[in-house]
Design a protein around this ligand. Structure first.
Ligand code: ZN
Length: 630
């Protein structure tokens, strides 16, 4: 690994003058310059000039559905460098000035599909610049909700989703995970809306007149810019523990808080394994249903879909996952999107370990078995030698288009395999030390493997051979040393699946006693072809239509649509209108599209009504399925 030599940069306190943060708290993370760390999805040339700190002062305009104001950037540049290149996606820049107020020339380049536009600023000797700008209405990262799209129905709402490369649509900076930045923000919104961000709130909201209030935030640790996030709406806060709490609309706060009671225990479990939680607070916000993901690990404030609320805490593995990102992803971050598994695979492994401590070995074993089945399914579908089944993904693969069964589940499987070979105690000590050695820094697959070789394997050639590290990270399919999940994890359920396949026997009593993972396993192993009568019996006997568990409901609807089961169409329509989580939305539309003459008209009819309810990410995915004209 090669870092830019600190001496070549302005890395001393002078870089950060003008910041309202205490100078000593601002760290400047290194940027990797190796070819394998190169991010193809940024226009920035960080080895020449890079952003080290960002200060936003923005107004939320709910009428125009846009944000505007200023962004002040602190810049570190190699000696003699006179320009910096930033990322933009539709930003309307009014002017850019030096600290003395002098206007700086800038040029916005041509739009590159899927990447946005470069903004080249002639900074001369200036190492701090202020950009006055407005984001385009409907900027991709931001979702603006009308009051009727919220639970309360009275106030508008906005939230952002930056990952992968959407933050350039509302923040003019270098939008690349390897270019870590500290940041601060002052955000103005109409009362009574509250604003929250993925940084620590500074003081009380300030009344700025005309019915508006300003909220201030700071993140004094350098983070990947996709982790800058905000939400604003009519929201309340409920403390859960000394350093944890939840925000949500008042209407969902009670249910959300009840579902999240294990959060402190999860942090304790993670800290015991991987060292201190370094971000101060761990709060969460439960967003309106259109949030496109299950969760987003925005530091100090995890964003969550309301679909994790099942009433019995059976889907809170999602919280364990987002919390795990406080180590893998947020503390140590991939430098390029090709190493997505370094974030998501390592996180899924840690999620499994937290789950084992907090919910017990049985639940963790079942979740692992489900994930393993997903990896096997993905490899079977794509082919064992398909390049996209490698953990380090092919260069051309769109960062939005990676397969979660590979990035998340094969990545976790790799670490479970290493753990099983070297032993848990030894592996845990190494993984913890990896986080310590690379805290607040970017990393690559090659760095991960080199560190493992140096600090875990040493000169044990036999161990090196048994681990097959390169086959796991750069090879395709599933290496033959894989640690398979415990075959007993689903023994009872799989017996029930066989009984159903053989004679359509169903045991409602057994189903009632099953965990969510067991129910999901059963649903996933149903025979491919089912008649209307069989589907009606399944629904009636197992209470599938009426379930409040979004994962089980999704699998039921998917099965029903794949079998052209008309009675389920109104349920699918209601579900798709009420949920924007892409994990559910895209596969259900896909199931309809694959049913051609029967499904396509239904898909088009439903999408015409639900498309405006989805975030740009979900919209983009479904647009691809249904054709751009949708
Ligand atoms: Zn994740």
């Amino acid at each position: 690994m090669r870092f830019i030599a600190p001496a070549a940069f302005c890395l001393v306190a002078a870089c950060t003058t003008g910041s309202s943060l205490p100078e000593a708290s601002i760290g400047i993370a290194p940027v990797l310059t190796s070819e394998e760390a190169r991010d193809e999805y940024t226009f920035a040339r960080p080895q020449e000039a890079r952003v080290t700190h960002l200060a936003l002062d923005l107004d939320l305009d709910f009428t125009r559905q846009s944000v505007g104001g200023t962004a002040r950037l602190n810049i570190a540049a190699a000696p003699g460098v006179q320009q910096i290149i930033l990322d933009s996606s539709g930003l309307q820049i009014a002017n850019i000035t030096a600290p003395d107020g002098a206007a700086l020339a800038f040029e916005i380049g041509d739009t590159v599909e899927g990447k946005g536009e470069p903004v080249t600023v002639k900074i001369g000797d200036a190492r701090r610049i202020t950009i006055r700008y407005t984001a385009a209405p409907q900027a991709d990262a931001l979702q603006w909700l009308a009051p009727e799209q919220t639970a309360g129905g009275e106030h508008p709402y906005v939230f952002s989703q930056g990952q992968a490369i959407l933050n350039r649509s509302w923040i003019p900076t270098q939008d690349s995970p390897g270019i870590r930045q500290t940041w601060e923000a002052r955000i103005t919104a109409p009362a009574p809306l509250d604003v929250v961000m993925s940084g620590i709130r500074q003081g009380e909201p300030e009344d700025v007149g005309q019915g508006r209030r300003a909220f201030s935030f700071a993140m004094d640790k350098p983070v990947a810019p996709y982790l800058i996030a905000l939400a604003a709406g009519h929201i309340d806060f409920r403390a859960l523990g000394p350093r944890t709490g939840v925000w949500s609309e008042p209407e969902t706060l009670e249910r959300a808080a009840a579902e999240l009671v294990d959060t402190e225990a999860m942090i304790d479990a993670a800290e015991a394994l991987y060292g201190p939680y370094r971000w101060g607070r761990y709060d969460m916000i439960v967003l309106p249903p259109s949030f496109p993901y299950g969760g987003m690990e925005n530091p100090t404030l995890t964003f969550l879909t309301p679909t994790f609320i099942a009433g019995d805490r059976s889907l809170t593995g999602l919280v364990a996952h987002e919390l795990a990102h406080s180590w893998s992803g947020n503390l140590v971050t991939y430098a390029s999107w090709r190493d997505g598994w370094l974030n998501e695979g390592v996180t899924s492994y840690i999620e499994s370990r937290i789950s084992e401590v907090v919910f017990g070995a049985r639940r963790a074993a079942q979740e692992r078995a489900l994930a393993f089945a997903g990896v096997e399914g993905a490899v079977e579908e794509r082919g064992a030698d398909a390049p996209e089944t490698a953990l380090r993904t092919p260069a051309a693969l769109d960062p939005f288009a990676t397969d979660s069964s590979i990035t998340y589940d094969k990545g976790a499987l790799f670490l479970h395999t290493v753990e099983s070979i070297v032993g848990r105690e030894r592996f845990d000590a190494w993984l913890r030390s990896w986080f310590d050695r690379h805290a607040f820094q970017p990393a690559t697959s090659a760095m991960f493997l080199a560190d493992m070789r140096q600090n875990l394997i040493g000169d044990d050639a036999a161990l090196e051979q048994r681990l097959q590290l390169d086959a796991w990270v750069y090879g395709t399919g599933i290496p033959d040393n894989v640690a398979r999940p415990d075959p007993a994890a689903f023994a009872q359920v799989d017996a029930a699946s066989r009984a159903y396949a053989a004679g359509r026997t169903l045991d409602a009593q057994a189903w009632a006693g099953w965990s969510t993972a067991e129910r999901m396993r059963f649903m996933q192993n149903l025979p491919d072809a089912l008649s209307d009568a069989e589907l009606a019996t399944l629904d009636r006997t197992l209470g599938l239509s009426g379930t409040g568990n979004s994962e089980v409901k999704f699998l039921w609807l998917q099965t029903a649509l794949e079998n052209r089961y008309d009675p389920a169409v109104p349920q699918a329509e209601a579900f798709l209108a009420g949920v924007g989580r892409n994990k559910f939305v895209e596969p259900l539309f896909d199931a309809l599209v694959k049913q051609g003459d029967w499904g396509m008209p239904i898909a088009r009819r439903i999408y015409a009504a639900t498309r405006p309810l989805y975030h740009s990410y979900t919209r983009g995915r479904v647009d691809l399925l249904l054709g751009a004209e949708s």
